[in-house]
Design a protein. Structure first.
Lengths: 351, 272
């Protein structure tokens, strides 16, 4: 009893270092050691020699590692490594005495059988066996690997800096592989999501307004050549006429501002008033007249001097919308006490 | 007792529309015998007729268009569309005419987009979009290639050439030889392990299955349902032949598998 306990004590530091699951079998080991202690002394010594036990277990573990970690190697039909491992195991088994070693042997058997199973399935394959190592070699060449050396062994560990792959290596594979897939192309919105942007800058508006003024000047002489009666012509004539009125009123008294409303309103006809407003807007658009607010914040108009026209072009243009209804028209007439129209209706009525 | 009766009743109902459903979709995997989606009982064809009467043609067209759009957007990530999601988010009140809407959507995909709706999981009712048209021999250069396709191709070919299932270690070790270390961040693929075990699996290109009785736990890879439908084994074998400078027929078993009715995705080998 004493001897076995001593044996157990001697074994414990080793067991601390060994795998965790070894601890579970520690109790069983003690019991078994106790059982084996009943045998003859010399056999007992060999069976309990911790050094020998350790050696056997270590060899088993080596074999197991060989099989599990070099799996592809062992599978390769070109060698007999698996058979060699099994032969080693058979030799080792002769010295197995304790369950711990037997457990390792059993583990090795499981792993080796598994491998054997796979090897066997390879045997049944008709035609060429597929070798992943060869596959990877060929694929590397396809990807454009620049090999520096032709050493097979070195290329097996991927970390070896042995030749370099070009940047588009995987793109090449992808391109060639694409035709094996019948993937639905994915749908993406062409224009992307709604992107709010600030409205275009005012500069563009200015340029647009400059152009018509030039065109208007050009159009007028052209239309005078044509003797056709058109609405546009009539409008132009009317606009000119009103400009004439404006200028004459202004010349009469340059200092006194002309009220916009007084100018355009015809107290006898609402439609005439609207026409006047319409024609006035052309004058302002073309820069021939300008509208401003006087001290009482009432709109006034004045013709633009000849020399001012170009300078007026560089002013920042403003737009406004004038609206009028019969009700407002009457209110304005009352407010401004307009008795007479400043713009005489034209003689020809061709509306 | 009554539970049994209800089940047979449902079975009868689903049998009556199985014929119309077969017309609607061509799916090699679908078996329509039992609808065990208890949250959404399959409407019968008479229910569908009555349902159609409730809506104007314009409304039905609108719903169809919404379903089509739903599919297209979901397909961007290649995640399958679940019928439950369709019903919950798009169909809503129109669930009674679900089969009719799906029929029309499939027709739209077919005629407008050249795509097919395929049910890859008849139990959970999941659908993917697959291209009806063959990819051109030399696809236009302006289409950018996704290098992940190359990675996926390597994994799929390994599985196929190895008979349909491989232990994960084979994949990792082969990739290592190709300078792709699953344990490290790859400059093109990033987290390789995640791409293969998570992304490709969710897209149904791969299946990552636990091998029973392994300690420590080991997994194996198989082709996923999407791969079965989308990928041509014939073409993979052709590429293998090119790489190894061998006749594809020399891999007899794989060749047979690729050209069998279940194996091929209805593609004829190109003349090279």
């Amino acid at each position: 009893m004493k001897r076995t306990r001593g044996g157990a004590d001697e074994e414990s530091p080793r067991q601390n270092g060994s795998a965790g699951r070894r601890k579970g079998s520690q109790q069983q080991g003690d019991g078994d050691d106790g059982g084996l202690a009943i045998g003859p002394p010399d056999l007992q010594d060999e069976d309990n020699d911790p050094g020998l036990r350790r050696e056997i277990r270590s060899k088993y573990r080596d074999l197991i590692n060989t099989v599990t970690q070099n799996r592809e190697d062992m599978l390769s039909p070109s060698n007999n490594k698996l058979t060699e491992v099994l032969q080693e195991a058979v030799k080792l088994f002769k010295d197995v005495r304790q369950p711990r070693e037997a457990a390792l042997d059993a583990h090795l058997l499981v792993v080796a059988t598994d491998l054997g199973n796979e090897k066997a399935s390879q045997l049944f394959t008709e035609g060429t066996t597929f070798d992943p190592t060869a596959f990877s070699e060929h694929l590397l060449s396809f990807m454009g690997l620049n090999r520096l050396e032709d050493d097979e062994d070195e290329q097996q560990n991927g970390g070896a800096v042995d030749g370099y792959l070009p940047q588009d290596a995987w793109h090449r594979v992808a391109r060639r592989a694409e035709c094996c897939f019948r993937t639905a192309p994915s749908f993406h919105y062409m224009m992307g999501s709604f992107h709010a942007e600030p409205p275009p800058p005012k500069q563009r508006i200015e340029r647009q307004r400059k152009a018509p003024s030039k065109e208007a000047k050009r159009i007028m002489p052209t239309q005078l050549k044509k003797m056709e009666d058109s609405h546009q012509e009539a409008t132009e004539k009317e606009v000119e006429r009103i400009l004439g009125y404006l200028k004459s009123y202004y010349q009469d008294d340059p200092t006194s501002p002309i009220s916009y409303y007084e100018f355009v309103i015809d107290p006898t006809s609402f439609s005439r008033t609207v026409e006047n407003i319409f024609h006035m807007s052309f004058l302002i658009r073309d820069g021939l007249a300008r509208m401003y607010l006087d001290n009482d914040k009432l709109p006034c108009i004045a013709p633009v001097e000849e020399g001012e026209v170009d300078a007026g072009g560089s002013y920042s243009r403003k737009q406004c919308i004038v609206s009028i209804s019969p009700k407002i028209w009457k209110e304005l007439i009352e407010a401004f006490d307009i008795r007479d129209t400043m713009i005489q209706p034209p003689n020809t009525q061709n509306e | 007792m009554c539970c049994c009766q209800r089940m047979t009743q449902r079975k009868r109902l689903s049998n009556t529309q199985s014929s119309s459903q077969n017309k609607r979709q061509s799916m090699p995997l679908a078996s329509q015998e039992e609808d065990d989606d208890l949250t959404f009982p399959q409407p019968s064809s008479s229910q569908v007729q009555r349902g159609l009467e409730r809506f104007t043609p314009a409304q039905v067209d609108q719903k169809t268009a919404e379903v089509v759009q739903f599919f297209l957007v979901r397909d961007q990530k290649k995640i399958p569309v679940r019928r439950a999601d369709l019903v919950k988010h798009v169909l809503k009140d129109y669930r009674n005419i679900y089969p009719e809407i799906m029929k029309r959507a499939a027709r739209t995909f077919d005629q407008v987009f050249g795509l097919k709706i395929v049910e890859i999981d008849s139990k959970n009712h999941m659908y993917i979009l697959v291209n009806k048209l063959e990819t051109a021999e030399a696809p236009p250069i302006m289409n950018p290639t996704n290098p992940k396709t190359g990675l996926l191709f390597v994994v799929l070919s390994l599985i196929f050439m190895k008979g349909g299932a491989v232990r994960e270690n084979l994949i990792w070790n082969t990739l290592k030889k190709l300078r792709v270390d699953a344990g490290e961040k790859h400059e093109e693929f990033g987290d390789v392990k995640k791409a293969i075990t998570d992304e490709f699996v969710r897209q149904r290109y791969l299946e990552y299955v636990r091998i029973p009785h392994t300690e420590p736990v080991e997994f194996e890879f198989r082709w996923g349902q999407r791969a079965e439908v989308e990928v041509s084994k014939v073409k993979i074998l052709e590429f293998m032949g090119e790489l190894h400078d061998q006749d594809p027929q020399s891999w007899t078993q794989q060749f047979r598998e690729a050209h069998s009715i279940s194996g091929s995705s209805q593609t004829a080998p190109s003349s090279r």
